[in-house]
Design a protein. Structure first.
Length: 253
């Protein structure tokens, strides 16, 4: 009989919690810049763009790893769809909220939108036993291949349109406040899925011991708690940060 829930591994929750904390600092800096308290270019400065890339990579990798845990423990499709609907609904809320704040650059395929699609593909690929290494490699390489093809064949410019740029096969980034296309991020999720499958197959006990040892440190235990509530925290942190900075700006005139 399929399981309706899965055992959590503290180590992966801690890694996800680290991404949450880093994301909070990143978004707080963005909000300070938006209200004029910080001079920074979040769209072109490598100091910020590289941080975003690492943060998103951590989130997507952890999501892939969690899918490996779910498959390993026989989580059923009912439980999967329950979580998937939560993510999809939150993605819709992000689109609506960003449309209100940034109508010309609202988020139509950000990290939650990409996560909803990639989780479904990871579940199907992992459950069917497809060879994930070539899929991961091809997914990571496709955007660069597409960039080179754009230079040779201008007819591929249709891939830059919103109807197709969610694939990530673009020649220039679209105007949107968050963008997490299928490629290359599916490759990162497949790497997380592969890593999780290998560890659970060969070193499951070591993974549990690692979490237990790390959990003896209270700050790391707090990170694990944060990682367990990642979606709720993700949806709440930015509205609260924006409200706080906006209040300060209003009080300062």
């Amino acid at each position: 009989m399929a399981n309706t829930s899965t055992q959590r591994y503290a180590a992966i929750d801690m890694l996800r919690g680290l991404a949450m904390l880093w994301m909070t600092l990143f978004h707080f800096s963005f909000d300070l810049q938006h209200y004029g308290y910080l001079q920074a270019n979040f769209y072109a400065d490598p100091f910020w763009t590289l941080q975003r890339m690492v943060i998103v990579s951590l989130f997507v990798f952890c999501a892939g790893f969690s899918q490996a845990v779910a498959l390993h423990q026989g989580q059923d499709w009912g439980r999967f769809w329950q979580r998937w609907r939560q993510i999809a609904f939150c993605a819709l809320l992000v689109s609506l909220g960003s449309w209100y704040m940034f109508p010309k650059a609202y988020i139509y395929f950000g990290i939650l939108h990409g996560m909803a699609l990639m989780l479904l593909l990871a579940r199907l690929l992992g459950g069917a036993g497809w060879p994930l290494w070539p899929i991961a490699g091809l997914s990571l390489a496709l955007p660069r291949i597409a960039m080179a093809c754009h230079a040779q064949w201008p007819g591929l410019d249709f891939l830059n349109a919103r109807a197709f740029n969610w694939l990530g096969l673009i020649s220039h980034k679209p105007i949107t406040e968050d963008y997490a296309p299928l490629f290359p991020w599916l490759g990162v999720m497949c790497l997380g899925l592969l890593c999780g499958q290998w560890l659970l197959r060969h070193h499951a006990a070591s993974l549990e011991r690692c979490g237990a040892v790390l959990g003896q440190a209270k700050p790391l235990l707090a990170l694990a708690w944060l990682g367990r509530w990642s979606l709720s925290y993700y949806m709440l942190h930015q509205p609260l940060l924006i409200a706080g900075v906006a209040l300060i700006a209003a009080l300062n005139g």
